[in-house]
Write a protein that binds this ligand. Structure first.
Ligand code: SAM
Length: 277
């Protein structure tokens, strides 16, 4: 058994989450760590400098971003070998969560070097809680594939295989088209949190294409979907409801609309309709 990072081993590197909007969201411990480390590697040194100025901290800053991760990892090792303590921050939120950081963590584990991960701000947790969807199983999916065919295939895979609350990050340029695509595949409502912790923080619940038009495609967005598969028990109730609706002469199109409003997943509806034909 390999055990690293026992708390008696003094960490050589700290992962330090930073606010996703509201500067008050930095933790006391994050401030203490930033004050005491020898050097800070950050995704965007200008951004981190603003935060450090706000906190009244002066530190040497170096870059650690997606395209220099390997080079920066070597630099971090050099500083650690020289006996220095390093902090790593990303642009906003927690490093390694849809942000750079994985390479240095992997190398630290391989080399048995102790590090510590501070808990702190990350955008997807408040978004999931604001959705009101189940929190017992959460599938964090980050950014979607950009290529149309890959994205479609991936979304269909999620819809059919991942019984959980699913979370995506999305950019303002793609938010409208992505929501239209999601509405075609998943059952509404879709929860969209915009500008979390900032002045214009808003959470929308999307039921239809008209609702999507209400969203201002500016700022930062987290999309949350309830894709928990209906249990056998409730499936039984749905089947009973279907039989009742058919007895009342509702046609399939009307039944599909009713079930969609009830939040029943499209593939469940079709399966039941086929079975009852
Ligand atoms: N490391 C970050 C974290 O821990 O959440 C995520 C960084 S990722 C490059 C940036 C994406 O996170 C944005 O495009 C958006 O989807 C989401 N995000 C970050 N801050 C946000 C905020 N204040 N409100 C809504 N979404 C946010």
């Amino acid at each position: 058994m390999v055990i690293i990072n026992k708390t008696v081993n003094k960490p050589k590197l700290y992962i330090v989450p930073t606010p996703i909007g509201n500067l008050g969201d930095i933790t006391y411990r994050a401030v203490e760590v930033l004050k005491t480390v020898d050097i800070i590697f950050s995704e965007d040194t200008r951004n981190t400098l603003k935060l450090l100025n706000h906190l009244g901290i002066k530190k040497k800053l170096l870059s650690y971003y997606k395209d220099n991760e390997l080079k920066a990892t070597k630099q971090i090792f050099k500083h650690i070998n020289d006996g220095e303590i390093v902090a790593l921050t990303s642009d906003a939120g927690t490093p390694c969560i849809s942000d750079p950081g994985q390479i240095i963590i992997k190398k630290l584990i391989e080399n048995n070097i102790p590090f510590e991960v501070l808990p702190g701000p990350t955008a997807f947790i408040p978004a999931v809680i604001k959705s009101g969807f189940p929190t017992d199983k959460i599938y964090f999916s980050g950014f979607l594939p950009q290529k149309n065919s890959d994205r479609k295939e991936y979304l269909n895979y999620l819809q059919n295989n991942i019984s959980a609350t699913i979370v995506f990050y999305e950019s303002p340029h793609r938010i409208i088209s992505t929501l239209k695509e999601l509405l075609d595949i998943f059952s509404p409502p879709i929860s969209v949190s915009r500008e979390l912790t900032k002045i214009h923080e808003t959470t929308y619940f999307i039921f239809s294409e008209e609702d999507i038009e209400e969203i201002k495609p500016r700022g930062e967005f987290v999309i949350v979907i309830n894709n928990k598969i209906t249990t056998n028990d409730s499936l039984y109730n749905i089947q009973e409801l279907l039989i009742k609706l058919q007895k009342e002469n509702f046609n399939n199109q009307e039944i599909i609309k009713i079930f969609k409003v009830l939040g029943i997943r499209r593939n469940v509806i079709y399966r039941l309709l086929l079975k009852n034909d």
